[in-house]
Design a protein around this ligand. Structure first.
Ligand code: AMP
Ligand code: MG
Length: 337
């Protein structure tokens, strides 16, 4: 393989992103754009059209921001799954084209594993439990016997999707999560000692798994009964985040590990970060969270995982470069330290 920079292409859902790691695996900020529908959820075909329309512009910007030419790219990594089929196909097509054109290896990687590896690199943690909280995914993951194993996950919708759907029902466009965070802060500033009395929502923990759709329906019901919207936003955060932290804490207890790593767009939330820090400090563990640009979906994390995989001797042939919408986290063998 030609020594060089690794290009990473992310296109699992609403975000299309190109990122780079340098030949030593050091991350560089991505060049990204996110489709924000004015109404309704993400339509996979519209997201795919958005990605295709922006691909040349985003790729050129990445190269000029980093002052490199295509000749310095040594391999091309892309998100092979899991995600929305139409979106994944646009990233895979761009990756195949660039790799063939430059004559450099292609490597298809697992999006969820990429969140873990960029987090480990950024936070310097060694063997964490990952609490992966994004739009489409909610998983508690640990490395055991050479794989990242899913110890618990959502049984219905991702936590971010729940926040976005709740927000949308009340007139707030995608992404709803940051607005819910803002509304919760407004409620706390008006009520410095807020109480959950009258704001109770269903328990989202089911064994080691989670479920959020019942919580969302109950929250909608509270708003329809006239409970202030800000109060319900605050209550949703308290209940949903506590549920995630509870499962993450059990994962720490069962595995004997001592680090929590947050990842995914919902990990941008200050209250979730605070709850994780409190839980960790109570049990002599440490809580880590990468910078926001590496919590949300980004091409750099794909490049970083591609770098690790290539150093372990793995590449993807054109014949095996098809996307896998249902790719599981524990499908990827982990052969690096
Ligand atoms: P991702 O799917 O990882 O790209 O992340 C997007 C998701 O993160 C969306 O569901 C957003 O609503 C959510 N999100 C982003 N920022 C925040 C925040 N500050 N609080 C809660 N959710 C957020
Ligand atoms: Mg993600």
């Amino acid at each position: 393989m030609r020594e060089g920079w690794i290009l990473g292409i992310e296109s699992t859902a609403h975000t299309f992103s190109f990122g780079l790691v340098d030949p030593d695996g050091k991350p560089r900020p991505s060049s990204s754009d996110t489709l924000r529908p004015t109404e309704g959820g993400i339509h996979p075909r519209e997201a795919a059209d958005h990605h295709v329309d922006l691909s040349t512009q985003l790729f050129s910007k990445l190269l000029s921001d980093n002052n490199i030419t295509t000749r310095e790219i040594g391999a091309v990594a892309f998100s092979q799954g899991p995600g929305m089929g139409a979106c994944l196909r646009t990233g895979a097509a761009a990756a195949r084209t660039i790799s063939e054109h430059l004559g450099v290896p292609l490597i298809g990687v697992n999006h969820c594993v990429a969140h873990i590896e960029i987090g480990r690199e950024q936070c310097g943690c060694d063997d964490p439990i990952l609490l992966y909280v994004s739009g489409g995914n909610t998983q508690v993951i640990a490395r055991l016997d050479g794989r990242y194993r899913v110890l618990g996950e959502t049984l219905d919708i991702g936590i971010g999707n729940m926040l976005d759907k709740f927000a949308r029902k009340h007139g707030i466009p995608f992404p709803g999560g940051p607005v819910i965070e803002q509304k919760s802060l407004e409620w706390i500033s008006k009520n410095p000692n807020p109480s959950l009395v009258g704001l109770e929502l269903p328990y989202a923990v089911h064994g080691m798994d989670l479920a959020f759709s019942g919580l969302m329906s109950a929250a909608n019901k509270l708003v329809s009964e006239g409970v202030p919207f800000e109060a319900v936003c605050w209550s949703i955060q308290e209940h949903a985040f506590a549920a995630c932290i509870e499962v993450a804490e059990r994962a720490l207890a069962h595995t004997g590990k001592s680090e929590i790593l947050l990842g995914g767009g919902v990990a941008c939330n200050q209250r979730l970060r605070e709850m994780s820090s409190i839980m960790c400090s109570e049990r002599d563990a440490s809580s880590h969270c990468p910078p926001k640009m590496y919590c949300i979906d980004n091409g750099t994390m794909i490049a970083r995982l591609g770098w690790l995989e290539i150093r372990s001797g793995r590449t993807t042939s054109l014949t095996h470069s098809g996307i896998d919408q249902e790719m599981r986290t524990d499908q990827t063998p982990i052969s690096w330290p």
